[in-house]
Design a binder for this molecule. Structure first.
Ligand code: WQD
Length: 339
């Protein structure tokens, strides 16, 4: 019997790429999304990629009636939970919105799952749950902490699920701590599509490459790193999606819950990314050195060993793939209109 997966936030950046990977792996998938941070035409583009109709349930996590209805309408075997707010800076300005969506929304989902007898959940966590550290690489036992309401909501979510799992062995959680997702699907039909001026490095560079923004502001070049700019662990979104498929399969196979980093284990600097993107788009991209951004760390990257040991997961794509796939996507997006 083909298993059915509910994908909350499945029309979003990582959700849509995971949708494609799940379909390829033979699952039925229902997308549950309020489209607050996703373009209305994403399902149509997913149909183009997969060649099959996309099942979408337009709903909000905080609408208990809608959540219960989607579980009543579909025999759901597991949930992958992407629907959340994820901008660190915005969370500092709007903490209550972040607590509502990311924590109350998770509780509403857990309640609806429990009512429906569904107890397998893959959860989007983040490397921002780690306390500031100079000990690299970062493994899953590294000290925890939070420097923003966003990071607090991710850590709170992990703690909530740990206590729910302790209350009833039927629950199994795949908690995945993302480092820096980046890149786009090889088709160029889906990719990162932030509203307004991007906060994150890669979509900002992409807008410089398309001419929508004049130059990259490099937030500090006086960090204790080889070229002085910040270093991060950029993981291709298609690798990240595959990590979710492996986590889901482990839960459905009854192997129990896990908590894992999803990263490459390699750190690249802002300048590495800018130079790689310049090669991908065929021109030297302009930049200016700007002051450091509050809250930024000099460098962090994952120890990916446990995901390999537990799930057999290893990221296969590098910075060239990230930048080439991103450039392929933003070139095509420019011709898609604004629907
Ligand atoms: C990367 C590097 C910046 C923009 C954030 C969230 C994290 C996760 C991933 C959700 C840093 C530099 C950036 C720019 C720059 N999201 N930079 N100019 O801050 O590592 O992580 O996104 O889970 O939670 O915190 O990513 O892309 O913002 O920054 O110089 O215009 O690029 O200083 O060194 P970050 P980022």
């Amino acid at each position: 019997m083909t298993q059915t997966i509910l994908l909350t936030g499945g029309a979003g950046y990582i959700g849509s790429h995971t949708y494609v990977a799940l379909i390829k792996s033979g699952y039925n998938v229902v997308i549950y999304d309020n489209f607050s941070n996703a373009r209305a035409d994403v399902p149509a583009r997913l149909e183009l990629i997969t060649g099959a109709p996309v099942t979408v349930w337009r709903g909000d996590l905080l609408d208990g009636h809608s959540l219960n209805a989607v579980f009543a309408a579909h025999k759901i075997d597991a949930v992958i939970h992407f629907a959340a707010k994820k901008a660190v800076g915005e969370s500092v300005r709007l903490p209550i919105d972040y607590f509502q969506t990311n924590i109350t929304g998770l509780l509403a989902l857990l309640e609806a799952m429990n009512t429906a007898g569904v107890h397998n959940l893959v959860y989007s966590s983040s490397a921002t749950v780690y306390a500031e550290t100079e000990t690299l690489p970062i493994d899953e036992d590294a000290p925890l902490g939070f420097a923003s309401p966003y990071a607090f909501t991710k850590l709170a979510g992990e703690q909530i699920m740990a206590q729910v799992a302790a209350s009833n062995p039927a629950w199994a959680f795949g908690i995945l701590r993302y480092f820096n997702p980046a890149g786009a699907h090889e088709s160029g039909l889906i990719g990162e599509d932030p509203n307004g001026i991007p906060n994150n490095l890669l979509p900002y560079i992409a807008k410089v490459a398309t001419g929508d923004l004049p130059a990259l502001n490099i937030f500090g070049n006086d960090y204790p790193t080889p070229d002085g700019t910040g270093m991060r662990d950029y993981i291709h979104v298609e690798d990240l999606a595959q990590g979710h498929v492996l986590s889901l399969a482990a839960l459905l196979a009854g192997k129990g819950g896990h908590l894992l980093n999803l990263g490459t284990g390699i750190g690249f600097s802002v300048m590495d990314m800018l130079q790689t993107y310049s090669r991908a788009c065929g021109r030297d991209l302009p930049y200016v050195i700007a002051p450091r951004r509050d809250g930024d760390l000099a460098a962090y990257w994952a120890d990916p060993a446990r995901a390999q040991a537990v799930l057999g997961f290893t990221a296969t794509r590098g910075l060239e793939d990230i930048c080439t796939s991103s450039w392929n996507w933003v070139k095509r997006r420019g011709n898609m209109g604004t629907s």
